[in-house]
Design a protein around this ligand. Sequence first.
Ligand SMILES: Cc1cc2nc3c(=O)[nH]c(=O)nc-3n(C[C@H](O)[C@H](O)[C@H](O)COP(=O)(O)OP(=O)(O)OC[C@H]3O[C@@H](n4cnc5c(N)ncnc54)[C@H](O)[C@@H]3O)c2cc1C
Length: 617
Amino acid sequence: MLGGVMKRQITRRDFLNGTQVAIGASLISPWAEVFGAAAPDFTLPGAYYPPARTGLRGSHDGAWETMHALVSGKSWPRAEPDENYDLVVVGGGISGLSAAWFYRKDHPDARVLVLDNHDDFGGHAKRNEFSINGRTRIGYGGTESIDTPSAYSQVAKDLLVEIGIDVQKFYDAYDQSLYSSLGLAKGIVFDEQGFGRQKLVTGYGKKSWKDFAAEAPLSRKARADFIRVQTDERDYLPGLSFEEKYEILRRTSYYDFLKDYAKVDQQVLEIYRRWGMSFWCVGIDEVPTTSIQSYDGGMPGVDHTLVRTGYRGDEPYIFHFPDGNASVARLLVRKLLPQAVPGNTMEDVVTSKIDYSQLDRKGSDTRIRLNSTVVNVTHTGDESAVDIQFINGGNAYSVRASRCILACYNSAIPYLCPELPQKQKDGLAYNVKIPLTYTKVMVPNWRPFAELGMDFAYYTNAFYKQVELDYPVSIGDYQFSKSPDEPMVLHMCHVHHSPDIQGPEQWREGRRRLLGTPFSVFEDHVRDQLDQALSGAGFDADRDIHAITVNRWAHGYAYSPGLIWEPDYATNDEKPWVIGRQPYGRITIANSDSAARADTNAAITQGYRAVAELMNI
Ligand SMILES: Cc1cc2nc3c(=O)[nH]c(=O)nc-3n(C[C@H](O)[C@H](O)[C@H](O)COP(=O)(O)OP(=O)(O)OC[C@H]3O[C@@H](n4cnc5c(N)ncnc54)[C@H](O)[C@@H]3O)c2cc1C
């Protein structure tokens, strides 16, 4: 078992060493040490099973250094291609896997290779497994839910059905009333700097606002303002039409709305400053009031100013497999390589044990090659094919393909494909991926949460923005922990926040910090923050933390335009991501960045578009 299990000294040594690999230093991945430097055969051994690894995951060590070295100017000697494919897909996330499947459907005899730099497929759709008391508990390492499937494109809806997903089944699988039936609600951990003392107050949205405010460490003025914005049916922009208000509020951050229109006390602003961090990954000073209005059941102060009906939609947030959308990726792999993912249904995929040795077998028409970072994609001199160079186990390899789909990150593409026109490179560079971390904490029971009457704690100003109980979903043989006496995978989300810098600058800074943060720092914050929220109900970090997995996504969400500083574009064709995703010779571009949307719908739909464009070549 790797470092996440609570053998603290061992954990520290393993992961400190791992994160301190400097750019340009050894690029030999841990896998090379296992398999030997020259790996002519890429078949993975039978015991290979990355979902069970704990410690520092997501963009794990060994996955990112090669690409960062390329960005820093490193190059590798070109090798002659030693394999030929009809299609090579760069990136084994949901977009790349979907593209491979769409292509295979039209070309059943095609030879297709998917290359990905991680030790597991799925991109952000990653599965975390834990073993506790002889049981396996499953968590989601990245993308968590099929959000609002009714709004998916027809192509994406059809793909979900084709891989076996019936979203209606989640209405039975997901217990929407479990936590409320136990009287659980949100709590806020107020911080000392902003509120004078650290204090957990539970019952947000359940108690009366007056009672909640009475317990909160607020000044008299802040308390009165908090109750006012929660309860008053007041229009803070009187005398204006809906259209006039909308135009103002789409250009007014929620921070400014609360400050300048609702005129609340600074402490009320401090409560909400980071409220949407796990979604927008910036403070509320960058989120338009019109966008945040419906967030989290509705934000205080807006609804009686901008009266809107029916805009929240009525589709619940329940379309969740225990491993999140990793099951979508697993079902796609089952379509591509049935022998790798035993079973036939959306229920059995949850507990199905993947046979990784089947992913990249010699002689197979479809192959998924892990631990392989692509460093160059170039048309051959006569432009009849594309050569794709990749690094695996520290060695450079090359394959030749009739066509190539780049389903990786937009920002990586200009480095992989130096021959692209500058205008297209600029378009691709616009999307700065947003760094964030999903940390999973395996605890033997959730009695402290039940005792406190809390299923979610929001921290006003701490490293982790929140801790929450897992989504209560049972599918097939996998049963959710229904009783507080049973083990629970807690979810904690960290997003770096630099209030003085905005958007892309903040995300670049966050990425630098994330890659330089050792596991021990994540671990210390987990311990401190769980103690802060739960020690009053008997939680003891030394005793109660069984394992930790830190899913570190240095390149996380695709940037979805819509923050306060985003310009308006006169036409679709002017949008940088539309300019960036144009086909180039035998190369087309998929991935969620190419739609500028951080969602699975976009990943699938863009995979389809990229394949459709290839058909014209
Ligand atoms: C923490 C988190 C939570 C999310 N939650 C949700 C959610 O609940 N619902 C939702 O719909 N969406 C969610 N998303 C958005 C998610 O990104 C998309 O839904 C989708 O999974 C993106 O798929 P993709 O294939 O476009 O990109 P990715 O999943 O990023 O896959 C691209 C792959 O290409 C690889 N790659 C990059 N460069 C190279 C290279 N040079 N060589 C080889 N491989 C390379 C990457 O490492 C990656 O594995 C979440 C994202 C994150 C990070």
